[in-house]
Design a protein around this ligand. Structure first.
Ligand code: HAM
Length: 425
């Protein structure tokens, strides 16, 4: 039975082939995401992977709605696997915002599902770091979020030569639109054309723009000028103060496909332009209001960073040389005398209770095979229990220094092992 197209199997290292993904790399990415988010004071949350279909209709925009994994459940409810986290988060925050001090700074690492055409950097499921702030309309919050995005990529040892955050503003485009068109109903279609400008044939974009009453040359001149709005200038000055200005540039090609963005928006790309966007986000000051039918009104902003493009980029730039230890144990317990298996289990249990990773043979195996296994799993210390004429003796072996000690006292044996383990770590 094959897995579904666009879905992934995550195997422990070393990987059996190139067609599968590494569970160790995934852990490394999640741990890094969590560590940086916590440095910025973000708290972790989560929500359900299945939501009412309605949550996405009209909130996320046509593109995502067209990619939904949706169905009718056994209770006749129209439901969808979450294609993004933001609507869930807006619902969660709106329900209990009074219990939390503002600004609310939260992060999550959800698995998301989009029925997209499978291509490089695009699968039908992916994990996404989401970091969002609620209750702050000052551009200082936008800058804080951008700094978190930049520092997250820096934590993977990516530099300003590897990536850039392209910063734009829906307000700037809104103004451009208002100066040239008096029909607000055309705004969404206009944004969609701008969003696809870099990917679409210019003749096609030009024709679509003309149909709406705009000109491609006019749009291009606006992008070319890249004149920061007052709001973007504040964000840039904030990032300059942090020494992070090399990582950002104003780029009005970015407008974001999702429907709910209202202010500054941004996307992170690799500098060589080989990959799809690594991350994207922006301000969405009306989403909470929309989700609650006007009952709660809280400004919000955030970004999502996917694991697929990030992993591809880190691999391509040689930044994934994490020490994948594979199997990892501190201690191997050799059982030579099967009549001592139950006693051995009692001691193994004590070692594990003390926090040590211990392996042992589940069934009777020859000692030389056990010894080989101890080396394979890179155990640093080996224990063995044996009978002597007078009672039991523990032998403790330092597998690195090839030194062995014997004692009849388990506590003493543990002390020897601990001293070795701490000197060897
Ligand atoms: P998004 O731009 O749709 O934004 O996704 C963010 C990132 O997730 C993308 O830049 C990309 O790296 C990754 N991604 C998206 N779709 C796929 C896919 N099919 N396969 C692999 N990776 C993918 C959002 O989802 C917003 N909700 C982010 C946000 C949070 N805005 C505010 N707060």
């Amino acid at each position: 039975m094959e897995r579904l197209p666009g879905f992934r199997d995550f195997y422990p290292e070393p990987l059996p082939n190139q067609d599968v993904w590494s569970a160790d790399v995934r852990n490394h990415i999640f741990e890094t995401w969590r560590a940086v988010a916590r440095c910025y004071g973000f708290r972790e949350y989560d929500g359900p992977p299945l939501e009412p279909l309605e949550l996405y209709i009209a909130k996320s925009g046509e593109e995502i709605v067209g990619q939904l994994y949706n169905f009718t459940d056994k209770g006749d409810r129209a439901v969808a696997l979450r294609p993004e986290m933001t609507p869930t988060l807006a619902r969660m925050v709106a329900a209990h915002e009074r219990n939390y001090k503002k600004p609310i700074k939260w992060f999550a690492i959800p698995q998301l599902f989009r029925y997209e055409r499978q291509q490089k950097g695009r699968l039908r499921e992916h994990f996404q770091l989401n970091a969002d702030i609620f209750g702050e309309s000052d551009p200082a919050a936008d800058a804080e979020l951008l700094a978190l995005l930049i520092d997250t990529l820096r934590a993977f040892k990516l530099t300003a030569d590897d990536f850039v955050v392209r910063l734009s503003s829906r307000n700037a485009w809104q103004e451009f639109f208002n100066q040239r068109c008096s029909d607000p109903a055309k705004a969404y279609d206009f944004y969609q054309i701008i969003d696809k400008l870099e990917r679409e044939d210019p003749a096609q974009s030009g024709a679509k723009l003309t149909a709406l009453g705009f000109s491609l040359d006019d749009v291009r001149a606006f992008i070319q000028a890249a004149e920061p709005t007052a709001e973007l200038a504040l964000i840039l000055a904030n990032l300059v103060a942090r020494g992070l200005s090399d990582f950002v540039k104003v780029d009005y090609n970015v407008i974001r496909g999702l429907a709910y963005y209202t202010g500054p928006v941004f996307e992170a790309f690799d500098k060589k332009g080989e990959f799809r966007a690594i991350a994207g986000g922006g301000r969405y000051d009306n989403l909470v209001k929309q989700v609650t039918g006007g009952k709660v009104n809280l400004p919000g902003l955030g970004f999502g960073m996917g694991d697929v493009v990030l992993t591809e980029l880190l691999k391509a730039r040689g930044k994934l040389k994490i020490q994948v230890v594979g199997l990892y144990y501190d201690i191997f317990w050799l059982i030579e005398d099967e009549s001592l298996r139950l006693e051995s289990l009692a001691y193994i249990q004590q070692l594990r209770d003390s926090g040590r990773a211990v392996d042992y043979p589940l069934t009777g195996v020859k000692s030389d095979k056990q010894f080989k296994r101890a080396l394979e799993i890179k155990a640093r210390v080996m224990f063995k229990l044996a009978r002597t004429g007078t009672g039991l003796v523990f032998s403790v072996r330092n597998l690195i220094a090839k030194e062995e000690r014997e004692t009849t006292d388990f506590e003493e044996a543990c002390k020897i092992a601990e001293a070795w383990l701490s000197s060897l770590s």
